[in-house]
Every structure is written in C-alpha cells, then in structure tokens.
Design a protein. Sequence first.
Length: 338
Amino acid sequence: MRVLVTGGAGYIGSHTLLELMAQGHEVCVYDSYVNANPKVLDRVRSLSNGKLGDVTGDVRDAAGLDAVFSDFEPEAVIHFAGLKAVGESEERPLAYYDVNVGGTLTLLHAMDRAGCRKIIFSSSATVYGEPVYLPYDEAHPTAPLSVYGRTKLMAEQILADWSKQAGDRAAVLLRYFNPVGAHHSGEIGEDPSDIPNNLVPYIAQVAIGKRPALQVFGTDYDTPDGTGLRDYIHVVDLARAHVAALGYAAGNAGCQPFNIGTGQSVSVRQMVAAFERACGAPIPTRTAPRRAGDIAAMQADPSRAKAAFGWRAEHSLDEMMASTWRWQSQNPDGYGNG
Ligand SMILES: NC(=O)c1ccc[n+]([C@@H]2O[C@H](COP(=O)([O-])OP(=O)(O)OC[C@H]3O[C@@H](n4cnc5c(N)ncnc54)[C@H](O)[C@@H]3O)[C@@H](O)[C@H]2O)c1
C-alpha cells in the first residue's frame, strides 16, 4: 500500500518506517520536525532498500496536506504527529488541543477530500486513567488524568464518529503502553531534545554520564518493591503492530481500539537492574517522593490485537535494554552527532 506517515521522523514513526518498507509498502513521511531531526530519515534510508518519500509540513496545514495527498495518493495514513509530554500538556493545554485534536481534524478533512478512508492512530494507555481493574482491557472506562490523555481521547472520539459515515472508512486506535528500546542496529532510537520525561531515556543518560543519578519517584507504592509498575513494550514490536493494523484496516470498516503492550508489568527497580545488565555498570539512583498524577501500576491486556490481526509482542526486557544501550552508547548526542 501507499502509506502516508505523519510524524514519521519521530521515535516510534522512524522505527515503523523500516517495518513498513520491509513488508513492501511505499511510504511518505509528513513531519514538521518540531520534535525530530531530519537526519533520522538518512539513517532509515541507509537501513532499508524501500521507497521512502518525505515532505516537510504541519498537520494543521490543510493546503500542505492537500498537496501531499494529491502528489502521493496514499491509500492509508498512520498518524503519529502530535505532542506527547504529559507534564508540558498541563502548562500548554491549548497547544496540545491544537496539535493533537485540531491536527487530527484537519487531517481527516484532507483524507475526505482525497478519498482516503483508512487511518491508524497513535493513542495511549493514558486514556484509561486510574485503574478500576487491571489489566486494562479496551472496555475499561476512559477517564484520562491529564490534558494530554484528554487530547488523545477526544481524537479517538472524532475518529469514531468519522468512521461511522457511509463508505468503508476504518480507524484503528492503537493504545500504546510504554514504548522503549531502539532498532537492533543502534542507528535509530529515542532522542529527547531536553531532559528526558521518560524513565528509560533518563536511565540511558545516567549510564552514559550525562546525568548524575536517576530519581525514583515513589518507593512506597503498594507494589512488590514499592516502585511503580508499567507495561514496557519494545518499539520494534510496537512498529510491527502498525503494519499488522494496516492489514486489518484494509479489510475492515469502523473504529476499534486495541491495547498495544506486552501484558507484563515491570517495576522501576527491575528496569534499573535490567539496564545495569545491559550496560555492565551500576546506575546510581536517588529516592524521591511520588509525583502528582502518577499511578501505582498499569498493565495491558493485549489479547484483542492478537485475535483481530495476529499481533503480539515478541521482544524481552533484556532486548529492550540492550538495544537502548547500543543506541545510546553509539550515539551519545543522539542525531545531533550524526
Ligand atoms: N512515546 C510514548 O511514550 C507514547 C506513548 C503513547 C502514545 N504516543 C503517541 O505516539 C505518537 C508518536 O510518539 P513518539 O514517541 O514517536 O513522539 P515523537 O515526538 O518522537 O514523534 C512525533 C513526531 O510528530 C512530529 N510532529 C509534532 N507535531 C507536528 C505537527 N503539528 N505537524 C507535523 N508533525 C508534527 C514531530 O516532529 C515528531 O517527529 C504521538 O502521537 C504520541 O502522542 C507516544
């Protein structure tokens, strides 16, 4: 298929490009580079023989979208473009609604004008909020705790209503858990532009000597070692979920959510121990109070994605950490060095 990938130069998008091309899809990236380095596409091209186009543009720019739909004529869209920092979303709520909700709306209008009826959307486990039960299945109530989570839920609702119109529109909502890791080559990976918001990039920067120690926020949760539990998923498994979802969207109509996680939960302390195994050195940690809005534990029930399109996570925790370390140690300054 011809697939337009908004936000394709970002962390998850760049890994997905490789999996799409490996399966013979023709791909065009549409990205504003607000949170990505254009060099990532050179790396992606050097790792693949596939056909990869790219257009610089903003998902809120209707004319820019019309131009790419007219030139590339995509049969489907994978929509990664968005702002993703939970903390920042509380400080800049309108920016988050503008890009994540407004951008999705502008994109759907452009798809309708072009007659493109299939979309895979980057949603998030944050749509669930405080767990009523665990593991979360897709029927779990949605009550996001942050502006970011609400932007994702609103975009999901718009996509659901869009898909109900006549025709064979399909919207696949992938609710990601915690993506970590990097491509096995060590050539592409997560490259935070500032102080990392997420655990694994932070640990990696401690390991490389950029930061003195990891702060462990909350050691008194009702969990086996007192630290928070999360469902971490290797970014390559996550990328492959998009390729599988594309096949599902091609043959189906309507809107469905799918959890994309491993179904396992791992504590902060276990993550640190796994990273120490990968890098062969101790990671200094400091304990800190719980952060407001953090929940003790979360975990996916990913069985629906397996039943619908045969996807399940295959990489182990040690593979997540080994690939992160390979990426971080080969690229201490991320793409800035490449
Ligand atoms: N990484 C996570 O932990 C996580 C978890 C759940 C959901 N998600 C969602 O998955 C998607 C991809 O996440 P990621 O981790 O790869 O983030 P990322 O920031 O690395 O990638 C997002 C990409 O979108 C681009 N972009 C942002 N605003 C844009 C705009 N207005 N127009 C065009 N391009 C724009 C950025 O330049 C970047 O390349 C996001 O929608 C994010 O909310 C991420």
